[in-house]
Design a protein around this ligand. Structure first.
Ligand code: NAP
Length: 458
């Protein structure tokens, strides 16, 4: 009987949890990770905000998945599915292929001028986290904008919007203790941003951020946290009252927001949290520079847990020189043969994770961009259960697979960053952090070229 061979594409939390539970469920299986970047850990490295180092400690759990199974788990970094190897080539080499490469595109607002004048929060996060995909021109654009803008509007009421607002307002002392990308640290400590206004199209009971993140924002010392009592009251439809009564987290958030009313600190910067306002028009001067955002006052209608916002025809103009769009992410299809729901930006799966025989999905690519790191645990169990159920159909006793993936990649001259090579990147970044003043958890390399050089000691 041959061992089950599985390839997991993507090394964020969903990929690692899938591998972890598959190793447990099938004690002889062999797993190869394929990752298009030279480094593992996906959004733990490139999504989690740098001032949330404690969330990044989940990495030690993921490291154990590789290091506790030296003969069963391999890491193939710098190997892009669709770039260096096709899905067909993977399917010939593995009984099961799990797609766990997340959601790499943005939802959009559909406003005139959006492409030129609105920046994506996904790119902003990638910029401050040192993601090597961010083009130099975008890095320069963020540097220019944070150096020149005084007021920023962040559209969206989710945790990504909160992360962006907090990082935009953070002072040098907070940022320089983190692993924030050097390019962003330099720009943000000189930033001219004084006011960040977060806008949600629905009311506060419908906001999608979580209590922990909201509480952190209300306790900022770098900025005054301001909500308007009348906007909290506007959101209190009878359906909202029902939602607050029904859901403890919403009840706690309503109480917390009301507690902040009238409280203040002596910080110079301001964080406005606004509700029931929808982006309507991007305002510019005669030179085409961004000067403000026209927002439409919204009102809620519908039953509890399903309320939507409707325009009232009343408008408010908020002056701003920077707009960040933080209205959610979308997955993309990597191969035309994979059934894909382009409206939701997810692959179509059955039975909790099966795309087709021998092909599976996990994480945001399967369920959409929702949940925290831990949400990937039950999600990964579902996908693993699908694989385990399908093992009898893989004919492990008789099926022979094609040559090893490493041989295939070497023949194609792909510079594979294996686990030992990644450890060199890791060690070099930690060393750079140790040498910094003040000491930082790590100083990240920001380009693929630098990462590859560190991996191969060049
Ligand atoms: P999200 O939680 O889905 O929030 C998206 C926000 O955008 C919602 O407030 C939504 O409002 C709004 N929105 C969507 N379309 C809009 C439109 N056309 N116009 C105006 N507003 C619009 O997404 P996210 O913030 O990107 O976060 C993604 C996931 O990562 C979430 O599950 C989040 O919790 C997680 N995350 C967690 C952390 C953490 O744990 N610290 C940090 C970052 C991210 P409606 O509700 O009205 O649609």
């Amino acid at each position: 009987m041959n061992a089950l061979r599985c390839c997991v594409v993507g090394t964020g939390p969903s990929g690692f949890y899938t591998a972890k539970y598959l190793l447990q469920a099938n004690p002889s299986c062999i797993i190869d990770f394929v990752e298009r970047l030279p480094t593992p850990f996906g959004l733990v490295r490139f999504g989690v905000a740098p001032d949330h180092q404690e969330v990044k400690s989940v990495q030690s759990d993921f490291i154990k998945v590789v290091e506790d199974h030296p003969n069963r788990v391999r890491f193939f970094g710098n190997v892009g599915l669709g770039r260096d190897v096709s899905l067909e080539e993977l399917k010939k080499r593995y009984h099961a292929v799990v797609l766990a490469y997340g959601a790499e595109k943005d939802r959009e607002l559909g406003l005139k001028g959006e492409k030129e004048l609105v920046r994506s929060a996904r790119e902003f996060v990638a910029w401050y986290n040192g993601h090597p995909d961010v083009p130099q021109s975008t890095c320069e654009e963020f540097e220019r904008v944070v150096a020149g803008a005084k007021d920023c509007v962040v559209v969206g009421n989710g945790n990504v919007a909160i992360d962006c607002a907090r990082i935009l307002l953070a002072g040098r002392e907070k940022l320089e203790m983190t692993d924030i990308a050097p390019r962003a640290l330099t720009a943000l400590v000189k930033s001219s941003i004084k006011t960040v206004t977060m806008v949600g199209r629905r009311g506060h009971p419908q906001a999608s951020f979580t209590m922990k993140e909201l509480r952190e924002l209300t306790k900022l010392t770098d900025a005054k946290f301001v909500v308007k009592a009348e906007e909290l009251d506007m959101g209190m439809t009878s359906a909202s009252v029902e939602e607050i009564e029904k859901h403890r987290p919403i009840k706690r958030m309503d109480a917390l927001l009301r507690e902040t009313l009238g409280k203040t600190n002596d910080a110079e910067k301001i964080l406005n949290m606004r509700f029931l306002l929808n982006p309507y028009e991007i305002l510019t001067n005669n030179q085409g520079d961004l000067t403000g955002f026209r927002l439409e006052r919204m009102s809620l209608s519908g039953v509890a847990d399903n309320q939507t916002a409707q325009g009232t025809g009343k408008f408010e103009d908020v002056p701003c020189q920077m707009i960040l769009r933080s209205v959610g992410y979308k997955g993309t299809s990597i191969d035309p043969s994979i059934p894909f729901d382009s409206k939701r930006g997810v692959v179509v799966t059955h039975d909790g994770g099966r795309i087709a025989h021998g092909l599976y999905a996990a994480g945001w690519l399967k369920r959409g961009p929702t949940g925290i790191v831990g949400t990937n645990i039950p999600d990964a169990h579902e996908t693993v259960n699908c694989i385990i159920k399908d093992i009898p159909t893989f004919n492990l006793a008789t099926t022979s697979l094609e040559s090893d993936l490493m041989d295939f990649l070497i023949a194609k001259n792909v510079r594979v960053v294996d686990w030992n090579a990644y450890l060199k990147i890791h060690a070099a970044e930690i060393e750079q952090g140790q040498k910094s003043t003040p000491i930082r958890p790590r100083v990240k390399f920001e380009t693929t070229e630098q990462l590859i050089k560190a991996a191969f000691g060049e």
